[in-house]
Design a protein around this ligand. Sequence first.
Ligand code: SF4
Length: 358
Amino acid sequence: MIYIHVPFCKSFCTYCDFYSEIAEDNLYGQYTDQVCAEIRRRAGEMTDSPKTLYFGGGTPSLLPLSSLTRILLTLEECGHGGPYTEFTMEVNPEDIVERGLPYVQSLKALGVNRVSIGVQSFDDELLRWMNRRHNAQRAKEAFRLVREAGIGNISLDLIFGLSNLSDKVWEDTVDQALSLNPEHVSCYQLTVEGDNVLAHRLETGEYEEASEESCRHQYDILCRKMADAGFVHYEISNFAKPGFEAVHNSGYWSRKPYVGLGPAAHSFSGRGRSWNEANLTNYAHTEESLSVEDEKVETLMLALRTARGVDVDFLHGNCQDMVLFHLLKDGALVQEGRRIRIPEDHFFVCDEIIRELI
Ligand code: SF4
């Protein structure tokens, strides 16, 4: 599993807390040199189970095709080239429409077989408020182009839980997403984190966080509509048509080792975690090993967010039986064979349930 962070954006979204720099043509060459050097340096850490490649950001669709090709050739040279079981590229709808069908066809020719489109909303007013570059019509156009290029696995990203998102607009956004017939949908509840425009608005009283009740209601709307459309709710924020569950992200949740390349990218070796500094020109790599307790907490936090849950022996060995008994009795956990999981109607409060278990 290989993750490559592309830390460039054309503008910054109101709510964003990811590391990214304003895109400038003269930065791509230097960035690509550094990522290629890092591939050569860390090739020995890369594993092929599962064999996935994920370009995330930032905005990977800003990266020139020549840079993307150089990175792929370097992976090839180091024994980790394609074809990949899953090769995902996160894209911004506006880039897809601007660069057109030939660009997406080139991505496909380079081996991309899954495209994740950052739609966030189909409401133009809300998109402007988020400072997204695209509007609803451009998002639909981008989807059409990706499909026309022959990409058979398309994921859409949506956001809910904003105080200025009405239930009606949210229902409409989910309906419009479904009408495009994607294979996968990721929906994230907005959180105000870090030092961004939204955090500043919250501080000055220009923005008020949505109530927990309204977030929960929007999550319930989402779960119902996705189930009606035949999607599997396989992780708290992720829905897939059967057989289209994300292979790469599922690897994160089952704690498979992965190598993250590029500024601000994180890695997991199976025993410890490491991360690159958020610095475009010279990023240091820091490593940290995990204690047995850390591993236990991570396993619970990641696995219990998925519909697969966790092995019953793991829970019995690591959690208090009395707590487990009560959570099972109250329906906050369910047991099926050797697995224990949080049922969908308790996903929204999974953090509380996990906290009780820890
Ligand atoms: S949400 Fe994505 S596109 Fe927007 S600023 Fe953050 S990384 Fe860039």
